[in-house]
Design a protein around this ligand. Structure first.
Ligand SMILES: [Zn+2]
Length: 373
């Protein structure tokens, strides 16, 4: 186990009605270190890594790297600067806070479509939340309408206990702008209505699901695609239109509950085990708002049983009348992709973790992973 070990105490933020169930879990994991690479070197390294990984499951892929979303195979030519049919994709949209997290390779078509259809909506949601609670430099463009039909393009954000509106010159007729200034000088008073679009509730969760999926792919490689209960995610991600239901769930961890830098926690999958012995894979992302430290996305793990576990957890979470009766213990997973010589690594690791987590919880906490045989 390289890098340094961390111990983190994480009381979990349940949906408000379930708050009485707050408990503490601990987490320890290693942080790998790597020298800075040029984009072309990074593409080549990722291509070789994932192509070798894919060949474990489908030997015909030894010269190709599949896109983890649409599963189209690409030759090495696809990562050259003049074609870039496959390019580096951030696990988390940069426009939604954070640094975008680690990178993987996806095909350009999938990356552009998901960026356009879903990430843009997630970014809007994040910006709107930031503008409304005055965090970061979040602001949102909107039109304000004054009595008499004047309409002005503005950007607004919360500031000093009120809201600040900045005029957007390109979206404002100068005549109307002058009329507004004149009216303000004369009356010192202004009443207006504001158009504010609400984020599409069908679209922005898909972006978060996409991020969690890429985090799992980065970590487990194609084993997650082949045996990891992930087909339903790809079905959603390759659709042309947003689905009616995106069946996954998230937990928000409040500020001040994590004893290490938040950035050390983000983007690395870990195993979550409920009090009642149900398991799920989990990954932390930047928080939804400034009261929160991080947002944890839960996804099903490997095998049939994991899917049943996940469904039970999700139903409990969705039905807020019913107490979940669960604490999540966070077990670190080794940050490594499947070694080309080591088949079914992730699946074995999963089984081993499941077996270990059934021991009394005092032993299971802060568990230290040994390399798989
Ligand atoms: Zn693709």
């Amino acid at each position: 186990m390289g890098g340094k070990s961390l111990k983190i105490a994480v009381p979990i933020e349940w949906p408000a009605k379930l708050r009485e169930n707050d408990r503490t879990a601990s987490l320890r994991f290693a942080m790998p270190k790597r020298a800075k690479e040029k984009p072309s070197e990074k593409r080549r390294r990722l291509f070789k890594l994932y192509s070798a990984n894919a060949a474990i499951f489908a030997p015909e892929y030894s010269q190709y790297c599949p896109c983890p979303i649409c599963l189209s195979g690409f030759g090495e030519r696809a990562i050259e600067a003049d074609t870039l049919l496959m390019d580096i994709a951030h696990v988390f949209p940069k426009s939604c806070g954070g640094n975008g997290g680690p990178k993987v390779l996806t095909c350009k078509q999938c990356n552009s479509r998901i960026g356009r259809e879903y990430d843009s909506e997630f970014a809007y949601d994040s910006k709107l939340v930031a503008a409304l609670d005055g965090s970061g430099n979040g602001c949102v463009a909107t039109r304000i309408r004054l009595p008499g039909g004047t309409s002005i393009g503005t950007e607004f954000r919360k500031q000093n206990g009120g809201f600040r509106f900045d005029l957007i010159p390109k979206q404002t007729n100068p005549v109307e702008r002058d009329r507004l200034i004149k009216s303000l000088r004369e009356t010192g008073d202004l009443s207006f209505t504001m158009d504010l679009r609400t984020p599409d509730p069908k679209r922005y969760p898909v972006s978060l699901l996409h991020s969690a999926y890429l985090a799992m792919y980065r970590y487990f490689g194609f084993e997650y695609l082949v045996t990891g209960n992930s087909e339903w995610i790809r079905d959603i991600l390759v659709r042309e239109d947003a689905p009616d239901d995106v069946p996954f769930f998230t937990l928000d961890v409040p500020k001040g509950c994590i004893s290490v830098a938040r950035n050390d926690l983000l983007y690395t999958p870990f195993l979550a085990t409920s009090e009642s012995g149900l398991h799920a894979l989990a990954v932390a992302f930047p928080a939804a708002n400034k009261e929160m430290e991080t947002r944890i996305v839960l996804l099903p793990g490997f095998g049939k049983e994991a899917m049943h576990d996940y469904e039970k957890l999700r139903m409990g979470w969705e039905n807020s009348q019913q107490r979940i009766g669960a604490i999540f213990e966070f077990h670190p997973l080794e940050p490594r992709l499947v070694d080309p010589k080591c088949q079914w690594f992730g699946n074995n690791l999963w089984r081993r973790l499941v077996a270990q987590s059934r021991e009394p919880s005092s032993k299971a906490r802060g568990i230290r992973m040994e390399p798989s045989a």
